[in-house]
Design a protein around this ligand. Structure first.
Ligand SMILES: [Ca+2]
Length: 386
């Protein structure tokens, strides 16, 4: 066995001409699935599920390169994988950030922005730990050379660092050459209202990390100039609405009070001063308020909690009846939600994967117009019209 392994490594070294990492970083190949259980009928579209990748721990985000390969982050393993569209094998990306994977922390979003063809930057968020047990959310950009990252640059480090392994946020979206970053309250809820921290905020940066001069708190003494909006608890989904180009977000409330918000410049989304949730042990959060002047109401709130994660508007051609619909994962409901939104109002809500009972972490539309999602069983699946 040992001989075989050594021989294999040697073979790889010789055959790869310096790509020394090639054989050791291949992950699992698809195993057989029970096809009979993969067909679904729903209100507007019928679809089947196809297993795309497996062998991970908690796939947390996915995005595609122009050549058809996909990048998948695994929060729990603290790694990023490349998925080949030809043979469905996963290859671990080398020289990736050294993400701190413990409890709620780890590797987070991997984002290929719309202008990737021009400058080849990939954006990555992850949690970073220090020896004094503090940790924080970091955002980098880097370029791919083969299956390795190079030219890594740190663009953002959330301040302050905390001895907490919860509520990092970590979602990324690119809109109009700006990068939006979510940061959770890190379990220090009052800090979501304090503008001198990054906790409980959504940030806006230029794609090279510079702070835009028209950010709402630039020039405000003691405020962090990266802040775009504040008063968030733990944002786990972020998406652009096609057409309006509005930035939409979902976040975990405490017990109940999970929210979908439409994010606008400089606004206060209320946490922890207002919420529709309550304390985990029961009883009101703070003064028990759900409304307050100067604080935004959610577009939709869920009580009891659904534990939302991932958010995407469907814009493809494969599912014509779902065009413009909003999809998000509801982890505690072990389901995928589909919302029909017309003229700024919810006209319908459907739960799509009830009988699977999966805890789903992200939902993304692929370049093929199919919907891809990752489960905490370490698998990525796609939905395909029948
Ligand atoms: Ca709120």
């Amino acid at each position: 066995m040992l001989f075989t392994r050594r021989f294999y490594i040697l073979f790889c070294l010789i055959s790869s001409f310096g790509s020394w990492h090639c054989s050791e970083r291949k992950a699992a190949v698809i195993t057989k699935v029970d096809e009979k259980t993969m067909f679904f009928h729903s209100q507007k579209e019928d679809f089947r599920l196809e297993l795309v990748a497996q062998g991970m721990r908690v796939p947390w985000s996915m995005d595609w390169l122009p050549d058809g390969r996909a990048l998948i982050s695994d929060r729990r393993k603290g790694q990023i994988y490349l998925l080949s569209p030809r043979d469905t094998t996963l290859t671990e990306v080398c020289n990736a950030p050294d993400a701190f994977s413990y409890l709620d922390s780890g590797m987070r979003e991997v984002l290929v922005p719309p202008n990737y063809a021009q400058d080849s930057w990939i954006y990555i968020s992850y949690d970073l730990g220090r020896e004094d047990s503090t940790s924080t959310l970091v955002v980098e950009r880097a370029q791919l050379a083969g299956d390795c990252l190079e030219k890594r640059e740190v663009l953002f480090t959330a301040q302050p660092w905390y001895k907490s392994n919860y509520h990092y946020g970590g979602r990324l979206v690119c809109r109009d050459d700006y990068l939006f970053i979510t940061v959770g309250d890190r379990h220090f809820r009052d800090s979501a209202q304090l503008l001198h921290t990054h906790n409980g905020k959504i940030m806006r940066l230029h794609l090279d990390g510079r702070i835009p001069e028209d950010n709402p708190f630039v020039g405000v003494p003691t405020a962090r100039p990266e802040i775009w909006s504040y008063g968030h608890r733990n944002p786990q989904g972020l998406a652009l609405q096609p057409g309006s180009n509005q930035l939409w977000e979902n976040e975990h409330g405490p017990k109940g009070g999970d929210e979908i918000n439409i994010i606008q410049k400089g606004l206060n989304y209320g946490w922890p001063a207002i919420t529709f949730g309550e304390e985990y042990e029961g009883g009101p959060v703070g003064k028990g308020l759900a409304h307050q002047t100067g604080m935004e109401q959610p577009f939709r709130h869920y009580s009891p909690s659904v534990a939302p994660s991932g958010l995407t508007f469907y814009s493809g051609a494969a599912f014509s009846q779902w065009k413009g619909n909003l999809f998000f994962c509801a982890m505690s409901q072990r389901n995928l939600y589909r919302l029909t939104i017309e003229e700024g109002r919810i006209r319908g809500e459907e739960r799509l994967l009830e009988r699977k009972g999966w805890r789903i972490r992200f939902i993304e539309e692929g370049p093929d117009g199919l919907l891809y999602f990752g489960t905490t069983e370490g698998e990525v699946w796609r939905m395909k019209p029948i």
